[in-house]
Write a protein that binds this ligand. Structure first.
Ligand SMILES: *Cc1c(COP(=O)(O)O)cnc(C)c1O
Length: 453
């Protein structure tokens, strides 16, 4: 059960099917353009959408809003330094700001960054620094149905080849994303992290953690990795940070705050370079674009997130929803992680071709039938067509992500999601696809307009 009870509540909008049908037409079937008060269960993202604890709000009231050297900064810095073991801690307003500052300070144009999988903003910031981002996911990640526990791992053979190959001298960093968000939220094993760290050390390349979900990764390690059963998630997380040379963090995930992030580093010279850029573009080094109260709430969230009772319940509620979805007859990317479930829309709607977006069709149907907002991760997000709408490139899988906000929805909310999917699966063959009527050249899924086929 939830290791907390509810002290403050927020009504959720209950709408009629007619209202939802109207809303879908008005936004040209683009769920990003819905108003949040038209959405009953919002599973668009787990980023910055969590519920604060009483202890976090209390910590926020203690916030010291001094421009420089606030008590909040020192409390935040000590908490993060203890967790990570890094002596240099720089706050930033969110993960991508940390990425931009770290990559602009570390990378020379023309260099290469290797990763288990770059998150999309991470890739964008590598490319903005004039560099190339290469993904090396492990081969197990390609099988959506297998139950293997560490499908977020980096392909160590490929990493060895890249580091020792002709492009080896151009590799400026290796980024391990824990959990592997771009790879379906799958975790990375400590063994994989240790071997990656060894390879990096041998080639003199810094290893960085993209640590947005470090606590969820640690939880899955204690569940599934030999030798870690008797360790606490906190101990595993501490060990993971110490295997790397530094980290970037979006605290909107495992910091359980609405805004916040940081950079942690071992190297004092790199930290100084980052600090100069931080001051020029985010804010002074003791606030980094955040208020004192944000720093205090982030520090408290980072303590709460490794509590075994919190993580056990988060895993359990994800498993509960996963089971409802399987029983409804919808396949998911197995095994289910903690921060999201990925529905296999391609398999549910085999009659809808990739260029008519089966994932988008499922997303729209979830909204129409149940007021549920989700994110398409298929050919609308990754594909490409020519001017006449004929397919040029399609995504490897047609998925829909149900992201699970932290401490926000209960089992009965997720039962509603399960029931809605069950209804959709029963008449799957009657669901139709979509065609694009208007799109922008980059990140088209945000601004696209569509029409039912
Ligand atoms: C969310 C996320 C980011 C970017 O963080 P923001 O706080 O959204 O800017 C980077 N990496 C990963 C793995 C993420 O999940």
């Amino acid at each position: 059960m939830e290791p907390y009870r509810i002290k403050v509540v927020e009504p959720i909008p209950i709408t009629t099917r007619e209202q939802r049908e109207e809303a879908l037409k008005r936004v040209h079937y683009n769920l990003f353009d819905l108003r949040a008060d038209e959405v009953t269960i919002d599973l668009l993202s787990d980023s910055g959408t969590g519920a604060l604890s009483a202890a976090q709000l209390a910590a926020g009231m203690e916030g010291d809003e001094s421009y420089a050297g606030s008590r909040s900064f020192y409390r935040f810095r000590d908490t993060v330094a203890e967790l990570t073991g890094y002596p240099h801690i720089l706050p930033a307003h969110q993960g991508r700001a940390a990425e931009r500052i770290l990559f602009s300070s570390l990378l020379e144009p023309g260099s290469i960054v290797l990763s288990n999988t770059h998150f999309d903003t991470t890739r964008a910031n590598v490319e903005l620094a004039g560099c190339q981002a290469r993904d090396l996911p492990c081969p197990q990640a390609r099988n959506l149905d297998s139950e293997e526990p560490f499908k977020g791992n980096i392909d160590l053979e490929a990493l060895r080849r890249e580091l020792a190959g002709a492009d080896g001298p151009k590799v400026a960093a290796v980024v391990m994303t824990i959990t592997n968000n771009g790879g379906g939220g799958q975790p990375v094993s400590m063994e994989n992290l240790r071997q990656a760290a060894d390879l990096c050390r041998r080639h003199g390349v810094p290893l960085l953690l993209d640590a947005a979900r470090f606590a969820e990764n640690a939880w899955l390690v204690t569940r599934h990795e030999a030798g870690y059963q008797d360790r606490t998630p906190r101990q595993v997380a501490e060990e993971a940070f110490r295997l790397a040379d530094g980290c970037m963090m979006s605290a909107k995930k495992d910091g359980i705050v609405h805004i916040g992030g940081f950079i942690g580093l071992k190297d004092p010279e790199l930290a100084e370079k980052c600090e100069r850029l931080l001051i020029a573009t985010e804010g002074f080094a003791t606030y980094g674009g955040l208020a004192g109260r944000d720093l205090d709430m982030m520090a408290q969230g980072l303590l709460e997130v490794t509590e075994p009772s919190y993580l056990a319940e988060r895993a359990d509620i994800a498993a509960h929803l996963a089971q409802r979805v399987r029983v409804a007859g919808v396949d998911i990317l197995e095994p289910p992680g903690l921060h999201a479930l990925y529905l296999n829309a391609g398999r549910l709607f085999p009659h809808i071709p990739a260029h008519h977006y089966p994932g988008h069709a499922l997303s729209c149907q979830l909204y129409l039938e149940g007021g549920i907002r989700s994110a398409e991760l298929g050919s609308l997000y990754l594909g490409e067509e020519d001017e006449d709408g004929n397919p040029v490139k399609s995504a490897p899988y047609e998925l829909v992500r149900l992201a699970l906000p932290r401490r926000v929805y209960t089992r009965s909310h997720y039962d509603h999601v399960g029931r809605t999917l069950e209804g959709i699966a029963k008449k799957a063959e009657s669901v139709g696809g979509f065609r694009i009527v208007d799109q922008s050249p980059i990140l088209r899924h945000f601004r696209v307009k569509l029409q039912p086929v």
